[in-house]
Design a protein around this ligand. Sequence first.
Ligand SMILES: Cc1cc2nc3c(=O)[nH]c(=O)nc-3n(C[C@H](O)[C@H](O)[C@H](O)COP(=O)(O)OP(=O)(O)OC[C@H]3O[C@@H](n4cnc5c(N)ncnc54)[C@H](O)[C@@H]3O)c2cc1C
Length: 509
Amino acid sequence: MPESKPFHVVPGDAHDNVLIANAHPPSWVNPEPASSYNLVVIGAGTAGLVAAAGGAAVGARVALIEKALMGGDCLNYGCVPSKAVIRSSRTAAEIRNAADFGIVAGGPVDIDFAKVMERMRRLRAQISGHDSAERFKGLGVDVFLGEARFFDKRRIEVGGKFLKFAKALIATGAKPIHPPIPGLAEAGFLTNETVFTLTRRPESLAVIGGGPIGCELAQAFRRLGSKVTIIQRDVQFLPREDRDAAELLGCVFAEEDIVCKLNARITQVTVLNGKKRIHFTVDGREEMIEAEEILVGAGRAPNVEGLNLEAAGVDFDARSGVKVNGYLQTTNRRIYAAGDVAFPFKFTHIAEATARIVVQNALFLKSKKTKSLTIPWCTYTDPEIAHVGMSEKEAQAAGIKVRTFVRPFKDVDRAVLDGEDNGFVKIHVKKEKDRIVGATIVGRHAGEMISEITAVMAAGKGVKLLAASVIHPYPTQADAVKQASGQYYAGLMKPFLKKALGKWFSWKR
Ligand SMILES: Cc1cc2nc3c(=O)[nH]c(=O)nc-3n(C[C@H](O)[C@H](O)[C@H](O)COP(=O)(O)OP(=O)(O)OC[C@H]3O[C@@H](n4cnc5c(N)ncnc54)[C@H](O)[C@@H]3O)c2cc1C
């Protein structure tokens, strides 16, 4: 008898059926629990999957519990569907710009939105096999489908069964925040959990929130033909990013006819003749825009409810999530937390990195700390905005004096030839030292390029390595990293040294 409740995905076509068969099989029967587990993991998103697979790989007895879809946000409602839709939207933009390259594409770009979304569902279903319940069972993990809650400090309950653990991991992720704007709930709105169920393109879309999710999807929908307005509380998009990067993105949005409302305070949402109306003020001035759909991307809140964390002795905060120490241990030292539920950097690769720390600390010697992580991230707008380490502002706040090297892509041959010269590489290096403090890259392939700088930082090496030892094939856009790094030497050539060298060379002639 299957014990898990049936799970529905909209629109529920053949691709969604494959997804369900992998991520929440309707016929799944939960195993009989072992008498005790080395590790019980709650949540089969990236963090939970990585920890469960890692634990099983080293021979630990592991249970993994998922109440919805294996793969979590990344596979089902996050990275995977968004990047598939973004790829289609990039193609549309490329075809629109084809004439600049001497290619006549023939008439206006015709977008089959239903097909765009069908492609996304097909690829998501294809990828879902990797995260499937069957695959994890095959890895030796006991997979339980159902909602988990702590029974006490040593036991977790799921579907009427009790799982005793030596160590447990809370990896329950986060959910979209629903802002308390009067009239918003009544008018109805989309979030990342529903936007990928669309099969018809909204003629107009108002995006609330100019963070990574809002910016990525605003541009994608605009390129796919919706009229888009983006309403952002802050004075810049992507408030965590370098100001120049955010300003450049604002200019790109304006060029692409995305209506940008910065520093805006939404007062209420109303509905008139089937159209949603967002009322807001900008610098005290009242404004209103109408849209067929509203997409909310106004931040994410950790999933801490319903877990009975009190019974487990685990402290948490509704905004910042489960409280952890540097080893990712909660206030119950047998219980760890990783990924979005506990970490301020809500990214898949960070969920993965923190899960690896938990495998080490929970199952072996407690030796790995989160402060050892060098954290990059990328927002997949076009151009992409990628970052690692500290910004100039953060370095200043920490009392670190930096030299900043900038190389615009308009001076990088390959970027010019590719017609992708909007952006720059910016590297911050500690003054008088060969230590990279942080970097930002704005460019079409910034997400790919940031890893070179991350690798150097993680290896504890400095900018001299990039400037003097690393050779890039010519012509590549990544050469911009080397070109920016090369500026390190410019500042070192003091006038007195140049003069002395000049004398030495004249003596050698
Ligand atoms: C639109 C969007 C785009 C994104 N794009 C990117 C990107 O390009 N790159 C990137 O790095 N990051 C991206 N992210 C962020 C990324 O998706 C998350 O950081 C990542 O999924 C976090 O993984 P996690 O394992 O911590 O949590 P999740 O993936 O949220 O997994 C948590 C799991 O726990 C389950 N769960 C919760 N409570 C219980 C319970 N009581 N019992 C059993 N199961 C439970 C949930 O059902 C869920 O499956 C994006 C996010 C969104 C929303």
